[in-house]
Design a binder for this molecule. Structure first.
Ligand code: AMP
Length: 399
């Protein structure tokens, strides 16, 4: 039974087709530079066959229509009716959606109304749900929310220590992000540990260009480093992560900047690895420059690792029990042996014993701690698309 997962952004759309319940990936592809005359449509299917074309794809309707047409033309599906469900990544479910849900008009409206919390995403995602619904009216659609995994956080962990009226009046609280990734690696880690998820305690480290860390107690997230927006928490590719908010008016005064949005832009786009190194937001470039002796790149490496260590330490304490495992995932977490080594070596006094040889692996699922380590350490490549396909399969089966 075929299911499609859709991850729509403002200028790109990624899709994958899964054969469920076997969880076999049948095809995947993306449209890049969507909305322009030189959009790039690419697909990989039937094992290793590739298709790539640069062409005008000006509207979201054109994008969705083209995907469905090519699915047939490339013989990825025989008939479009073979697609039994479409799952969509949705960035914000606010406080409304605690789990993935089948989409109907009311759900769509609620997702659109949450756009204030995710201005660049929710509206686009809702739009695509609408488009696919029109093109394939018989096919159920499912919304999978990026923050629903954090809906069990307690008020003590999701509220900010400010007057509660700001939460009551405006919903200012920690919402989290990357939840689908943290949820996927939590499920997978429980399988690897051979424990029921409800008895699994973890610290999950999603280290990509955006990055977040979560504390998982008895299989559920109890805290996460991202906040009201994805600007909070650890240092990222271009985002600062946590800073003292008092630096904002000070920066404005010193740089004679009138609009606070400009400082927020700097904190989002010109900070993190990029800002500290002055070189790049890509960890590979930082590692190369650091190895060549660049001191700012070395500082960026250190700060990146230090901030992770501080969060892991605080979540270790918050869990109240020794975690079963630390899990590294996403672009940096899966591929960068250096940061894994820096973090694990800093946690040696807590009993973390990294197997330095095993740690040299890149992008593969693997246990990288020594047998006598107090806590296991895993690399688990994330798979948000599969998680979306799983939820879509499950919800459409109940339907
Ligand atoms: P993601 O957001 O999960 O796709 O991660 C993207 C980021 O992963 C890139 O910006 C790089 O910083 C990082 N990355 C990818 N491959 C490597 C690698 N081989 N070594 C270090 N970092 C990498």
């Amino acid at each position: 039974m075929l299911f499609m997962s859709v991850n729509a952004g403002s200028s790109s759309l990624k899709w994958q087709i899964y054969d469920m319940p076997q969880e076999k990936q049948v095809a995947k592809g993306m449209i890049d530079r969507l909305g322009t005359k030189d959009a790039v449509f690419s697909a990989t299917y039937n094992g290793q066959e590739h298709f790539k074309k640069t062409e005008a794809i000006l509207t979201k309707e054109a994008a969705a229509t083209l995907i469905l047409t090519r699915l047939k033309n490339l013989k990825i599906v025989k008939h479009l009716e073979d697609i039994k469900g479409i799952g969509h990544r949705v960035v914000s479910g606010g406080e409304i959606f605690h789990e993935s849900t089948l989409v109907d008009d009311q759900v769509l409206l609620k997702i659109e109304n949450l756009a204030e919390l995710a201005p660049l995403h929710n509206r686009v995602e809702a739009y695509f749900m609408n488009v696919f619904q029109k093109l394939l009216p018989e096919v159920p659609q499912v919304a999978v929310f990026d923050n629903s995994f954090f809906s069990h956080l307690s008020p003590a962990n999701y509220l900010y220590p400010i007057d509660k009226k700001y939460y009551d009046n405006y919903g200012i609280r920690k919402y989290g992000a990357h939840g689908t990734s943290h949820r996927y690696v939590t499920q997978r880690a429980a399988e690897l540990l051979q424990k029921p998820q409800a008895q699994t305690n973890l610290i999950t480290l999603h280290l990509g260009s955006g990055a977040s860390i979560s504390a998982i107690k008895n299989g559920q997230a109890i805290d996460t480093s991202m906040g009201f927006t994805p600007l909070a928490g650890i240092m990222m590719g271009t985002r600062s992560g946590d800073v003292d908010p008092s630096i904002i008016p000070y920066m404005m005064e010193k740089e004679q900047i009138k609009d606070v949005k400009e400082i927020i832009r700097v904190l989002n786009k010109e900070s993190g690895l990029l800002g500290v190194s002055g070189i790049s937001n890509d960890k590979r470039d930082i590692d190369d420059a650091a190895a060549a002796g660049d001191q700012r790149a070395q500082l960026a490496q250190q700060m990146f690792a230090n901030r992770i260590v501080k969060y892991v330490g605080s979540y270790w304490a918050l869990l109240g029990v020794q975690p079963d495992a630390l899990v590294f995932t996403a672009g940096i977490g899966e591929n960068d042996a250096l940061v894994r080594a820096d973090v694990c070596h800093a946690l040696r006094h807590l009993g973390v014993q990294l197997d330095d040889q095993a740690n040299q692996v890149r992008g593969q699922e693997r246990l990288i701690s020594q047998p006598d380590s107090a806590v296991k350490v895993y690399i688990i490549p994330t798979n948000e698309e599969l998680m979306i396909a799983r939820d879509t399969y499950q919800l459409t089966q109940k339907h």
